[in-house]
Write a protein that binds this ligand. Structure first.
Ligand code: ATP
Ligand code: MG
Length: 416
């Protein structure tokens, strides 16, 4: 803790109205650069990476290959698909070269990825393929008042799939949808996250699938069917659409949702426009069927921070927390320091991430308040009293009562 450059603070910037950002700023996880633009500090970066790694593992699990596309994008490819004009896409950030050539700053990557794949995809043998990245996106959002939920610069996972037929695409699409379910379950919000029929965007005849997490801070209104574990976004909530989906109004409950992911069937809109074709077994040129799949990785940091919190601060689930254990050393006697250090060594060498509050001259109450604000899942107190008892005082962030455990018992508990 004495080496960690961030400190907790009692206040957040006056202009910060979103609770997720207030919590994360007070706990020193993020720094607000300006409205909708947040830097991730050491603790926040660990959380961001933990979430990104869950997403990465699940995308790898369905055959996704990770790449990193560029932020700077050429104008021409977006002109071909008619997405360059500010009247068509109103949230571009654009920049230009010294010679005046206009460039875009990545808000989505269908065009660049199709363009890059043209060099490699020619035959039916080259497909299917799925490519993804986890990267900063730039969108000139009109309002940025929801903290990390709506950034102007934010981290997204975007995957793009390429298939030989609609049938092959549908199979990939459902595999990715299932992987999304696993991502939200692993993040601890599986039970409150619903696959939600939404507007298909550019395609009026087809729906897209959003993943909406029920929350009072949600910006979207959705109608949930508990039994079928699906929902309908209000933007498509018409009698005609409900009939198409086999849903009746009486069975649906209105809720607020945070859009934590969105997947789209793209048919061959982008691939045809940018002339990415493949030749089939008979030597005939065929269209490539695409899908795109987004997850709001930094939005999830904010969503989870707010969802897993109480009046004392953050309450991270174990797999997302920046550290699993915080050791609060109370008192500076040699025996106390040694016991604390032994615990630190024992847990660390067993692969447990530990934050050691080795600060001297800080009141116990302040150390406990910081441990609570930071939301570390387990707090281990080492003091003259615990040393005398030959044990440690261990408490889960989610519980009120502590237990007295020895080294091995502590290790067992925090690894369970
Ligand atoms: P929204 O409706 O919330 O503006 P969107 O539909 O424009 O989002 P998509 O293009 O579907 O966003 O992006 C994929 C995912 O990226 C979204 O489901 C969301 O989780 C996340 N996302 C989109 N915009 C933002 C933003 N401004 N800040 C943080 N995350 C975002
Ligand atoms: Mg969306």
């Amino acid at each position: 803790m004495t080496q960690l450059f961030t400190k907790t603070s009692k206040t957040a910037p006056a202009d910060e109205t979103a609770r997720n950002a207030q919590l994360l700023i007070k706990a020193g996880y993020v720094h607000k650069e300006m409205a909708g633009v947040y830097a991730f500090l050491p603790l926040g970066k660990r959380v961001l990476d933990n979430i990104a790694n869950v997403v990465r593992e699940e995308m790898n699990g369905v055959g996704g290959q990770e790449v990193q596309m560029t932020v700077l994008q050429p104008r021409e490819i977006f002109e071909i698909t008619d997405r360059w004009d500010d009247k068509k896409v109103d949230n571009w950030f654009k920049t230009s070269l010294k010679n005046g050539t206009e460039l875009g700053m990545g808000l989505t990557h269908e065009e660049p990825i199709v363009d890059a794949l043209k060099a490699f995809i020619g035959s039916y043998k080259d497909l299917p393929v799925s490519v993804y990245q986890i990267q900063s996106k730039f969108r000139n959002e009109l309002r940025a008042k929801s903290g990390l939920l709506r950034g102007r610069e934010f981290v997204m996972k975007d995957m793009y799939s390429f298939a030989r037929s609609q049938e092959e695409h549908d199979k990939v699409y459902e595999e990715v949808a299932a992987a999304y379910g696993r991502v939200y379950a692993r993040l601890g919000i599986g039970d409150i996250t619903y696959r939600t029929y939404a507007d298909g965007g550019i395609f009026t005849q087809k729906f897209s699938d959003e993943f909406q997490t029920i929350s009072p801070i949600g910006e979207d209104t959705i109608y949930v069917h508990e039994g079928r574990r699906i929902a309908v976004n209000e933007e498509i909530y018409t009698d005609e659409n409900l009939a198409k989906l086999g849903l009746v109004k009486e069975e649906l409950v209105e809720k607020r949702g945070v859009e934590v992911g969105n997947i789209f069937p793209l048919e061959s809109k982008y691939s045809d426009a940018l002339e990415l074709f493949y030749t089939d077994e008979n030597g005939q040129d065929q269209s490539v069927i695409m899908g795109c799949y987004g997850i709001g990785v930094s939005r999830l940091v904010g969503m989870l921070a707010e969802h897993f919190s109480d009046d004392k601060g953050l309450v991270w689930p174990k797999h997302i927390a920046p550290f699993t254990v915080v050791i609060c050393q109370i008192g500076e006697d040699e025996s106390v320091t040694k016991a604390a250090y032994d615990m630190y060594q024992k847990l660390t060498s067993a692969g447990v991430e530990v934050l050691y509050d080795d600060r001297i001259g800080v009141r116990p109450g302040e150390k406990f308040a910081d441990a609570d604000l930071l939301g570390i899942p387990y707090r281990v107190i080492v003091s003259a009293k615990t040393v005398a008892a030959g044990k440690f005082e261990v408490k889960a962030r989610t519980e009120d009562d502590a237990q007295m455990l020895d080294l091995d018992e502590t290790l067992q508990l925090v690894r369970s």
